[in-house]
Design a protein around this ligand. Structure first.
Ligand SMILES: C[S@@+](CC[C@H](N)C(=O)[O-])C[C@H]1O[C@@H](n2cnc3c(N)ncnc32)[C@H](O)[C@@H]1O
Length: 247
């Protein structure tokens, strides 16, 4: 089964009811003001840029994928969107008042180095919101929990480079000298099978696990058949951390 197109996928997540509530929550924590320069690290095709631009004076988006930056530039021609690696942000020292890093650190080679970069670009007193799912915590009903765990284990071991980085954020942030202001955990509720499948990739990951030999076909088929038999619930822990450069 093919991976969904990245831009379509990120647009879908950002516009779903669960995604909108999550992003509103992060924006409230970030709380940019009209005099602020805001940075979106790993901005993707720009799902959050319009909301940032509505509140901050200046918005900079950085992503290492030229295709998503091209899309973001088409959508937001007046914003400052840069192709660059989060390990070496193309941003001056102490240039940023508010930074957001939303679901990026699970993909990077060295999350600590990225957080050190966030600290470097934040002005003294500047703040950042870091947000990460803990991909090891997927819960789904109906469907046998052992099969859910087998699929989740496969994804965490073989697909996502840093699946549990969310729980490490407060520790890593302190290690690079950021002050941890707030640590929150939340768990979005998916109560419809189709929406959960699109966001969490349930069918796709079950099929991948079978192809990789991590799950047998019969268990995957039984699990997938159970998913749309009636009331549905899926959830996953998200860790959200507000940090500051200085006290
Ligand atoms: C799951 S997407 C999240 C995008 C966006 N933050 C959002 O919430 O819609 C992760 C993004 O991080 C970018 N990314 C991954 N590793 C990166 C790196 N080392 N430097 C810059 N961007 C990176 C990817 O290209 C992708 O657009």
């Amino acid at each position: 089964m093919r991976d969904p197109d990245k831009i379509e996928y990120l647009d879908h997540v950002g516009s779903s009811a669960v995604g909108r509530a999550y992003k509103r929550h992060l924006l409230g924590l970030l709380n940019p003001g009209p005099g602020d320069t805001a940075l979106d690290v790993g901005c993707g095709p720009g799902v959050d840029l319009a909301d940032l631009a509505a509140r901050a004076g200046t918005v900079i988006g950085v992503d290492d994928d030229p295709r998503v930056i091209a899309h973001a530039r088409d959508r937001h021609p007046t914003l400052d969107l840069r192709i660059g690696d989060a390990h070496r942000l193309p941003v001056d020292d102490a240039a940023i008042d508010r930074a957001r890093v939303d679901r990026v650190l699970h993909q990077v080679d060295d999350p600590t180095a990225v957080l050190a970069e966030v600290r470097r670009v934040l002005r003294p007193g500047g703040t950042a919101v870091l947000a990460q799912p803990d991909y090891t915590t997927l819960a789904v009903d109906p469907g046998d929990w052992r099969t859910t765990r087998a699929i989740s284990d496969f994804v965490c071991e073989s697909v996502i480079p840093n699946p549990a980085v969310g729980r490490t954020l407060p520790r890593l942030a302190r290690a690079v000298g950021l002050t941890v202001r707030t640590v929150l955990t939340t768990a979005p509720l998916f109560d419809d099978h189709t929406g959960a499948d699109r966001t969490l990739g349930l069918t796709r990951n079950a099929e991948r696990a079978v192809v990789a030999g991590a799950l047998d076909r019969a268990a995957a088929d039984a699990w997938l058949a159970a998913l749309d038999t009636g009331p549905f619930l899926a959830t996953m822990v998200l860790v959200v951390v507000v940090v500051a450069n200085g006290s």
